[in-house]
Design a protein around this ligand. Structure first.
Ligand code: 6LW
Length: 539
């Protein structure tokens, strides 16, 4: 029996044990782990104690971008790489990230500021010197796909245009050998685009019959989606996802097909799935939805997403895995279960990575770190900056219906605090927010404290409050939210209810979201927030 070490799954441990005898080179992850005597790898920390992928010794440990970063779409633009992720009901959305080594990433701008619906898996491309973002959205009347474009990746981005593709999600742009532009979508289907890429130029048609896994595999559902096309040599490669993006840990998969023509016929890779979580003891669950990209030195990599074992509340995080081309023109994943550090891509240079979440709100709130949940068209008008923090007008009646300002967190354990002044006939505070049904928090009106649990106010927990400035703190450790408040920022009064919130995730509530930190202002008043301070906690 081959025992798994704390961070190496049984599968990797078995590969290690066999690697001594087998001709096949063990996956890069296993080689790296063996080189470090399989010591359980520790995350490196960067800004504010946030975990960081770059270990500083030529290796990296996934995730490359921690927190809710699903459905990564990546663009190689010379020596630069750009990537964005599904942003759902959060606006500003479609945050664009930049790297020059595939490991160190920093956010640079938001491509979407005006709500157009719930944003799902996008495709970021460059064609004839112009950048395009194809954006599937879910609306009350179904799905369609928008397109926005820019001459500079940092913007301004054009007003999104509806391509009027009902029932389509997960666009993947491709240019055929005929020079014509196509958009592949879930199914796997495709539609030809006009030469400017801003409208369709033909019918939606069948493109590729997806690869089927054995009927007895434990997955979420078939759901063929996420088609991404790239060319290498004489081949078009079509990478897509099957198995469903959540549900059981063994659901999602990365599968590949290839053709000598954009028009097919497509042949499936003989060793599909390229990537699949095979056991619940692996560190990353439901791995899938890949984009393949050439590294700075010409080697090849995949970016895709996965849920961290035991931390579904963080959402689907961005993962990087090396691939290796085989003599027969296919490719294999070389990262094992991603349980161990791997050598960074050769070449490239590290840009300052990450994003400090602490905010004195002096440079405006909305944008790279804060976004409104379920934002209305004029949501940004609720905020004003008066040089002493940010003032947020109340909305709705309570935490669930007030479109809170949220920020994505990527640490397993963290602490956040903020200073609050409430005025008028409303209440405001600090919360952990998945969606309207799944949120917890602590708020204050000018007269009393207000507690949210199980997605609603727990009225029986109201406590009198003398009014005035109040400091709020939430410490998140082992999925328990410890709230506290202080009137002087020195002496803290712990909230009597320590809330266990590990269940606030997609498998319970749907929506594909994550548990975020939220600042909220509800009712007919306003709240000034100052000095938001975040730090990741070890463990
Ligand atoms: C994404 C699609 C999916 O567009 O979820 O479950 C959507 N599959 O690939 C949102 O992440």
């Amino acid at each position: 029996m081959v025992a798994a070490s704390p961070r190496l799954s049984r599968r990797d441990a078995l590969v290690t044990a066999l690697a001594g005898t087998a001709a096949v080179q063990a996956p890069a992850a296993v080689v790296a782990a063996r080189a470090t005597c399989a010591a359980p790898p520790r995350f490196a920390t960067g800004v504010e104690g946030q975990r960081r992928a770059d270990l500083g010794d030529g290796r990296f440990l996934n995730p490359i971008v921690s927190g809710d970063r699903p459905d990564p779409t990546i663009l190689k633009d010379g020596a630069d790489y750009y990537m964005t992720f599904s942003s759902f009901q959060s606006y500003p959305g479609a945050i664009l990230w930049h790297s020059r080594d595939l490991v160190n990433w920093a956010p640079i701008t938001a491509a979407l500021t005006r709500p157009i619906g719930t944003v799902w898996a996008m495709d970021l491309i460059k064609h004839d010197g112009r950048y395009y973002l194809y954006i599937p959205v879910l609306r009350d009347d179904g799905t369609t796909i928008f397109v926005t474009h820019a001459s500079d990746i940092r913007g301004p981005w054009s007003d999104p245009v509806d391509l009027k593709l009902p029932g389509c999600i997960d666009p993947g742009h491709a240019v055929g050998e005929d020079g014509k532009r196509y958009l592949f979508v879930n199914g796997i289907r495709r539609v030809r685009l006009a030469d400017d890429g801003l409208s369709t130029d033909g019918p939606l048609e069948h493109a590729c019959t997806p690869w089927r896994y054995p009927e007895d595999w434990v997955v979420e559902m078939f759901a063929p989606e996420g088609p991404k096309i790239f060319r290498r040599g004489d081949w078009f490669y079509l990478v897509s996802a099957v198995g469903g993006t959540a549900g059981p840990p063994t659901s999602h998969m990365v599968v590949a097909a290839r053709s000598r023509s954009i028009h097919g016929p497509w042949e499936h890779c003989p060793h599909n799935p390229i990537v699949r979580t095979r056991a619940a003891d692996e560190p990353w669950w439901s791995r899938g939805h890949a984009s393949v990209v050439e590294g700075p030195a010409g080697d090849w990599w995949m970016v895709y997403h996965g849920y961290e074992n035991g931390y579904r509340t963080l959402g689907r995080q961005a993962l990087l895995e090396p691939i290796e081309w085989t003599a027969d023109g296919w490719f294999r994943a070389r990262g094992g279960t991603l349980s161990a550090p791997m050598r960074k891509p050769r070449g490239g240079q590290a840009v300052p990575a990450g994003l400090a979440l602490s905010d004195d709100f002096s440079r405006g709130a909305l944008g790279l770190r804060w976004s409104f949940f379920a934002a209305g068209p004029q949501e940004a008008d609720r905020l004003r900056h008066d040089g002493r923090g940010v003032v947020m007008q109340g909305r709705g009646e309570s935490l669930p219906d007030c479109s809170p300002l949220t920020c994505i967190v990527g640490d397993r354990h963290y602490e956040a605090r903020v200073t609050l002044d409430v005025s008028g006939d409303g209440h405001a505070g600090l919360a952990l927010f998945y969606d309207q049904r799944a949120c917890v928090g602590l708020g204050f009106s000018t007269r009393e404290s207000i507690t949210y649990g199980y997605g609603q106010e727990q009225r029986w927990m109201r406590e009198p409050f003398a009014g005035g400035r109040v400091h709020l703190r939430v410490t998140y450790r082992d999925h328990v939210a410890h709230f506290a408040h202080s009137t002087d920022g020195v002496t803290w009064k712990p909230h009597p209810w320590q809330m266990e919130v590990s269940g606030l995730h997609h498998n319970v509530f749907g929506g594909f979201l994550s548990l975020r930190i939220a600042l909220f202002s509800a009712g007919r008043g306003e709240a000034r927030f100052q000095d938001f301070v975040y730090r990741g906690l070890p463990g």
